[in-house]
Ligand binder design. Structure first.
Ligand SMILES: Nc1ncnc2c1ncn2[C@@H]1O[C@H](COP(=O)(O)OP(=O)(O)OP(=O)(O)O)[C@@H](O)[C@H]1O
Ligand SMILES: [Mg+2]
Length: 352
């Protein structure tokens, strides 16, 4: 069991900065998710923690030990990669057992530990098969079992579900969540899928271009994005964002007027609201934002209605029975209480 501390962790290749001044304390037994678009530095951060990538600046601590100069094998970390990295000529049993062999764990412990790890990921019936005779999801579970069997201090998982189809992802995701609860091992998990981040994490770190944008629980990040990047990244659909002007608590933009906002900062701001917080009103003049209907998508339990509002689009969640014609004039009810405000220039959240 251990905490992990990153102090001004930085990775540079020549002039290019892959990860910049990353500071974070990860609690013992915490499930931490690194989330961000492709190329934002997630894998690089993970590889530095594992010792597979040299640190340019800063420190990595595991528990009360600074590990910058420790070999990967001495860090007591187990990694699960996107590509499973299984040995094709070994059976599932031997694949799972392999880390015990190379680490010199006494032989008489192997069988019991392999059985325990394989039972946790429900692979008991497949132990004598070779990887090529398994489905993608089963192979992924072998990779997980091979990490579990070591009983490491830290798990690092880099997009372990990205090779699975949508349905298998959801069930394997639940399995990983349950496993982490049972094993109570500090875990760093990398994904670019924000639903995965929301469902799995104790805390999420949102990254962009090598820089940490926000650290918080999934709820904090969803309910209170600190800047425009996080606001636009978290949530499906993403938060509606409208550029306009704030003056004495009134926001105006094309076809938009919202009163009763905090009278904090006058000038160019970006107003945000979530599709599920707003509602549609029949008729053009009744809501705070007006526009013709651009698209209508039935999701099953609800529908998403997109309006053309001024320069951009705004999407509102509506009842599954909602029906209307494309082009019809309609408006959205956007009370001040559901609005988020951001400084358009700096992108930073404006607080009341
Ligand atoms: N060996 C290297 N030399 C130079 N640049 C590198 C090297 N390895 C990675 N990079 C760059 O560092 C940045 C971060 O890469 P990284 O692999 O950490 O991204 P990522 O967040 O894991 O993205 P993805 O979601 O696509 O896996 C990228 O722009 C990448 O091109
Ligand atoms: Mg990556």
């Amino acid at each position: 069991m251990a905490s992990i501390t990153l102090k001004s962790l930085t990775k540079r290749w020549g002039n290019f900065i892959g990860v910049q001044s990353f500071d974070l304390e990860i609690q013992d037994k915490e499930f931490l998710v690194l989330l961000g678009p492709s190329g934002c530095g997630k894998t690089t951060t993970m590889r530095m923690v594992a010792g597979l990538e040299e640190v340019s600046e800063g420190e990595i601590w595991i528990g009360d030990q600074m590990v910058n100069d420790l070999e990967p094998k001495d860090r007591d970390i187990a990694m699960v990669f996107q590509s499973y990295g299984l040995y094709p000529n070994m059976t599932v049993y031997e694949n799972i057992r392999f880390p015990l062999k190379i680490r010199g764990i006494p032989k008489d412990e192997h069988h019991e530990r392999v059985k325990r790890a394989s039972a946790m990921v429900e692979l008991d019936d497949f132990l004598q098969r070779r990887p090529k005779a398994l489905s993608g999801g089963q192979r992924q579970r072998v990779a997980l079992a091979r990490a579990i069997v070591r009983e490491p201090t830290v798990f690092l998982m880099d997009e372990p579900l990205s090779n699975l189809d949508a349905k298998l992802r959801v069930s394997t995701r639940a399995q990983i969540k349950n496993l982490q609860h049972e094993l109570a091992t500090t875990t760093i998990y990398v994904t670019h899928d924000q639903i995965e981040a929301m469902t799995l994490a104790d805390r999420v770190v949102v990254m962009e271009k090598g820089i940490v944008q926000q650290v918080g629980t999934p709820k904090e990040i969803y309910n209170r994005p600190e800047n425009l990047f996080v606001a636009g990244f978290m949530g499906t659909p993403a938060m509606n964002l409208i550029e306009g002007v704030l003056d004495s608590g009134t926001f105006t933009a094309k076809n938009t007027e919202i009163n009763g906002l905090p009278n904090t900062q006058n000038g160019p701001v970006t107003l945000g609201f979530r599709a599920e917080d707003a509602s549609l009103v029949e008729g053009r003049a009744k809501g705070q934002i007006a526009g013709p209907i651009y698209a209508f998508e039935l999701l099953g339990d609800s529908s998403m209605v997109t309006l053309r509002t001024g320069k951009g689009m705004s999407t509102v969640k509506a009842d599954k029975d909602f029906s209307s014609d494309i082009g019809e004039a309609i408006s959205i009810n956007v009370p001040a209480s559901i609005c988020h405000l951001f400084d358009t220039q700096t992108g930073l959240r404006i607080d009341a």
